[in-house]
Design a protein around this ligand. Structure first.
Ligand SMILES: Nc1ncnc2c1ncn2[C@@H]1O[C@H](COP(=O)(O)OP(=O)(O)OP(=O)(O)O)[C@@H](O)[C@H]1O
Ligand SMILES: Cc1ncsc1CCO
Ligand SMILES: [Mg+2]
Length: 286
């Protein structure tokens, strides 16, 4: 491994620290179509890391914000009829503008509308897919990116039924299919561009006891995608979340106070502290 190799961990940490500084210096707008359950958490997390938030429902407004923003976030958590038009419209606008966008295919497999929308998104190349293990496996299968995968890809509502390691092959295949990055969340996160796999440790089990940590992580990944390449942006978001989760756990009495301490930690951690979060990097063997 050489000093300037893509596998060089010090270089990756430097890119993460620079992304943190760049977001705080430029406050990029990362507009979102996202679910109403966790919308408040998504917007507040985007603001706490230094970005800017704006949520819309309507197709025309989604296209306008795709033009105005540095990157766009699409979260399919709880679909309404308008999302049949607005989500593909936003994704197509981003593709045509060359604007990075982030997809969280929450609850893939529930009902028919999600499948119809995801079929249209397959041609729009998300810069980052951010999801839990079962959702990553299911999306890789839906988009024809993985023939033989471990795990079930069966989502239990919006929670994962699979471990992060079970989604590793599907994530790498999906990243090669989208020519972007895929971030699988869980106890340790796995971020891959199909060539390298970065593991992000740290965080807290309390992050799974509050709804919206994954949704808001996707919104923060979009903020970082406005200033950095997809792999760096996804690692920066996961490392920022893990470091903030570790810090917040030390102050929390339970899930509610943990969420408050977590948003404070997103805001207060230094770029060096975020870049120092436990990371490993390895080559993907296909
Ligand atoms: N046991 C754990 N230990 C450390 N970090 C965790 C743990 N469980 C989840 N996390 C972290 O919580 C965040 C969200 O991951 P999770 O897999 O719970 O997302 P999700 O299921 O999509 O969440 P949601 O749909 O509720 O928004 C990630 O940053 C992940 O690293
Ligand atoms: C609980 C829940 N239901 C639909 S979306 C969502 C937020 C976590 O994904
Ligand atoms: Mg989720």
């Amino acid at each position: 491994m050489t000093a300037d190799s893509a596998l060089d961990l010090d270089a990756l940490r430097s890119r993460v620290a620079r992304a943190v500084d760049d977001v705080r210096a430029s406050a990029p707008l990362a507009p979102a179509i996202t679910n109403a359950i966790t919308m408040d958490f998504v917007a507040n997390a985007q603001l706490a890391v230094g970005g800017s938030a704006a949520m819309v429902y309507l197709p025309e407004e989604a296209v306008a914000l795709a033009q105005a923003g540095g990157a766009f976030y699409v979260n399919m958590g709880a679909l309404l009829p308008t999302h049949r038009e607005s989500i593909p419209a936003a994704a197509r606008a981003c593709r045509d503008l060359g604007r990075p966008w982030v997809l969280d295919p929450v609850g893939i497999g529930i009902g028919g509308l999600r499948g119809a929308v995801l079929d249209e998104l397959a041609a729009c190349g998300p810069a980052i897919v951010r999801a839990n293990a079962s959702e990553v496996i299911a999306l890789a299968q839906a988009w024809g990116a993985a023939d033989a995968v471990a795990g079930t890809g069966r989502v239990r509502g919006v929670d994962s039924a699979d471990a992060v390691d079970d989604a590793a092959r599907a994530a790498a295949a999906l990243a090669r299919r989208t020519d972007g990055a895929v971030a699988v969340s869980g106890e340790d996160d796995l971020v891959t561009d199909g060539r390298v796999a970065v593991r992000v440790a740290g965080g807290s089990p309390l992050m799974a006891r509050v709804t919206g940590f994954g949704c808001s992580l996707g919104g923060v990944a979009a903020v970082y995608a406005a200033v950095a390449d997809p792999l760096t942006a996804a690692v920066a978001a996961s490392a920022h979340y893990a470091a903030a989760g570790t810090a917040a756990e030390a102050r929390a009495a339970g899930p509610a106070s943990f969420k408050v301490a977590f948003i404070d930690a997103l805001f207060n951690l230094t770029a060096a502290e975020i870049a120092a979060n436990p990371l490993t990097i390895e080559e993907v063997r296909s």
